[in-house]
Write a protein that binds this ligand. Structure first.
Ligand SMILES: [Zn+2]
Length: 255
C-alpha cells in the first residue's frame, strides 16, 4: 500500500511538471513537445534541471545559467498535483471503487482542472478547449459506468449548471464571469450530478466571497474589482468530488 501511495505521489510530480509546460505553452501557442527552456535567458534546460520539486529546491529557486528567479508556479503545481493524485488513490481504495478506468478518469480530470485554474489565475482566461474535452470524456465515462437514470441525471445537471452560469453572464452583462464559466459549469454538472453540483457551487461562491474579503481587507484588491473565479469553481468541484456524501449527510443531520 505504501509503495502504491509513493508511486501515485511520484507520478503526480511528473504529471505536474508536464502540466506546467502545458500551462505555459498553450497560452503562447507553442508546441508542447520541444525541450524546456528558461523564461529569462532561454537556455535549454538539462534533464538535471527538470526533476520535479527537487531541482527547484537544489537550485535555490534560481536558474542555473542566468541566476534569475524561477517562478513558484513550478514546484507548487507539481506538489498540488502529487497531493491530489495521492488523495485520489487513497479515496478510491477506501470507497472500494478502484479500477483502472476510474483511476485514469479521475487523474485526467484533476490534471485538466489544475491547468484551467492556473491559466485563469495567470492570464484571467479559461482554456475552454480543455474543458470541452474533459466534458466529453466525463460524458463517456458516465455512459459506460453509470445506470441509464444516473447517466441522465448527470447530463441534466450539466445543462442546468451551464444554464445557471448563462443567466449570471446575461444578467451581469459579462462583467466578472464569461463563457468560460458556463462551459466549466457544464463540466462540473456532468462530473458531479445534481446534488453534489449544488454543493460545489455553494462552496465556490462561499470560498470566492471569503478570499475576496481577505484580499480587500489586506489591500490587495479594491471593492468591485474582479478576481478569477475558476479556481473557486474547481476547489468546489474537487471538494464535492471527494466528500459530497459526508458533507451532505452532516448537513442533513443538522435538521
Ligand atoms: Zn535562465
Amino acid at each position: 500500500m505504501i509503495l502504491y501511495l509513493l508511486l501515485s505521489f511520484i507520478l503526480g510530480t511528473a504529471v505536474g511538471s508536464f502540466l506546467n509546460v502545458v500551462i505555459d505553452r498553450t497560452t503562447r501557442r507553442e508546441s508542447i513537445l520541444g525541450r524546456s527552456y528558461c523564461d529569462h535567458c532561454r537556455a535549454t534546460l538539462s534533464t538535471f534541471d527538470l526533476i520535479p520539486i527537487v531541482s527547484f529546491a537544489v537550485l535555490g529557486a534560481k536558474c542555473r545559467y542566468c541566476k534569475k528567479p524561477i517562478s513558484w508556479q513550478y514546484p507548487l503545481v507539481e506538489t498540488v498535483t502529487a497531493i491530489l493524485f495521492l488523495l485520489t488513490f487513497l479515496i478510491l481504495v477506501s470507497e472500494n471503487n478502484l479500477s483502472l478506468a476510474t483511476l485514469a478518469y479521475y487523474l485526467f480530470l484533476i490534471s485538466v482542472v489544475i491547468v484551467v485554474a492556473v491559466v485563469d489565475i495567470k492570464f484571467s482566461l479559461i482554456p475552454t478547449t480543455f474543458v470541452f474535452i474533459a466534458s466529453f470524456i466525463s460524458l463517456f465515462y458516465n455512459f459506460f459506468s453509470f445506470s441509464p437514470s444516473l447517466f441522465a441525471q448527470h447530463t441534466a445537471a450539466a445543462f442546468l449548471s451551464a444554464l445557471f452560469f448563462l443567466i449570471i453572464v446575461v444578467a451581469t452583462r459579462g462583467r466578472g464571469m464569461g463563457e468560460g464559466d458556463i462551459i466549466l459549469g457544464f463540466l462540473i454538472g456532468m462530473v458531479l450530478g445534481i446534488k453534489a453540483t449544488l454543493l460545489s457551487l455553494f462552496l465556490a461562491f462561499l470560498l470566492g466571497a471569503l478570499v475576496s474579503l481577505v484580499l480587500i481587507l489586506f489591500g490587495y484588491k479594491k471593492f468591485g474589482q474582479t478576481i478569477p473565479f475558476a479556481p473557486f469553481l474547481i476547489s468546489g468541484l474537487l471538494i464535492s468530488l471527494y466528500w459530497a456524501k459526508p458533507i451532505l449527510d452532516w448537513y442533513l443531520m443538522l435538521y
